[in-house]
Design a protein around this ligand. Structure first.
Ligand code: F6P
Length: 345
């Protein structure tokens, strides 16, 4: 009997902020598991599905019919949740008990770093195998070049900022657009570069250390662009960077520098929508790899893709640091900014 034959029943849940492509990953896990004669039980509403009685009742075997024709759907058919109960011993004990009661041999969790912290904590209370699949629009997990959902979120951001550019151009207005990412600037940088934003403000290049001086510099840049008749001016800013976000920055520029800006917070629109090709394909590869990991007795790992190769990264490593925005991207933005600022319009 091989190691793989020991896995008879796999549990699966989606947790934390949903991300486009989670359904594609669910589908891939179910189809691949069935191929290897492994049953899959879907738990609903994140880790609550293992802890809250009403949610535990929703656990059910996932069949081909459940995952047929879901690859193109945003959100998650398993529903998601943030689960503070996973921070409490009573919650972890209950989660371990539910997994035992359902005779689960391995648990696959599709989510971000908070979800993986939950998985790591669970290991003290349950002896089954755990696998993480990185599903978050934030792209902040170490050990994978991209997380499921990031590409779609960036595309959504691009479409939105392009539209804002149209109206900004028409009125020659200054816009401050706030993008998601929790504490990382992957979405902000990628959208900013792809939309030729005049300013990209993120944790990596604009740590808020001296608000007064930073306002001064921003006002100077904007005024220079206006003197050169640049027309519209778009600043993209990472959420949680400036206290009060885009709205507060716009207010401060107006109050202290007499510059009128329109603030726009894109918000949860970035989490929804049909996943783009890149996310569907990445999710499918990762879902299959997660099941295959169990077959070769890999566990306590996150499935990641590095340089086009599927890898299994210890879960502990994946959450140690937030993956940083690449230096090349930051350099590219700085170079372009410097060039455009020098240009005589
Ligand atoms: O982690 C995904 C994410 O969308 C972050 O970008 C954002 O900071 C957070 O979730 C928002 O969480 P919630 O939907 O719980 O407000």
């Amino acid at each position: 009997m091989t190691e793989s034959a020991k896995i008879k029943r796999l549990g699966m849940l989606t947790s934390g902020g949903d991300a486009p492509g989670m359904n594609a990953a669910i589908r891939a896990v179910v189809l691949s598991a069935h191929h290897y004669h492994i049953e899959v039980i879907g738990f609903h509403h994140g880790f609550n599905g293992l802890i809250v009685d009403d949610n535990i009742k929703q656990a059910k075997a996932l069949l081909f019919s459940d995952v047929n024709h879901i690859i193109h759907l945003g959100g998650t058919i398993l529903k998601s949740a943030r689960c503070p109960l996973m921070l409490e011993e009573s919650g972890l004990l209950k989660a371990g008990k539910t997994l035992k009661d359902h005779a689960i041999d391995a648990l696959v969790v599709i989510g971000g770093d908070g979800s993986f912290h939950g998985l790591l904590a669970l290991q003290k209370y349950w002896s089954g195998k755990v696998i993480g699949i990185p599903g978050t629009i934030d792209n902040d997990l170490d050990g994978t070049d991209y997380t499921i959902g990031f590409a779609t979120a960036v595309n959504t951001g691009i479409e939105a900022v392009d539209k804002i550019r149209d109206t900004a151009d028409a009125f020659e207005r200054i816009f401050i657009v706030e993008l998601m990412g929790r504490h990382s600037g992957h979405i902000t940088f990628n959208v900013g570069i792809a939309c030729a934003a005049e300013q990209v403000l993120s944790f990596e290049n604009f740590p808020v250390t001296n608000k007064k001086a930073q306002l001064e510099k921003l006002a100077e840049d904007i005024t220079l662009a206006q003197q050169q008749h640049c027309g519209s001016y778009i600043i993209v800013i990472a959420e949680n960077l400036w206290q009060g976000g885009a709205i507060e920055l716009a207010r401060a520029l107006n109050q202290y520098k007499n510059i009128n800006c329109t603030a726009c917070t894109l918000g949860h629109i970035q989490r929804g929508g049909s996943p783009v090709a890149k996310d569907r394909i990445l999710a499918t590869k990762m879902g299959v790899a997660a099941v295959q990991a169990l077959l070769i007795n890999e566990h306590n790992v996150m499935v990641g893709e590095l340089n086009n190769m599927m890898k299994f990264i210890p879960l502990v490593e994946s959450v140690k640091h937030h993956k940083l925005v690449s230096k090349q991207l930051i350099d590219a933005q700085e170079n372009i900014l410097a060039l455009t600022a020098q240009h005589q319009w």
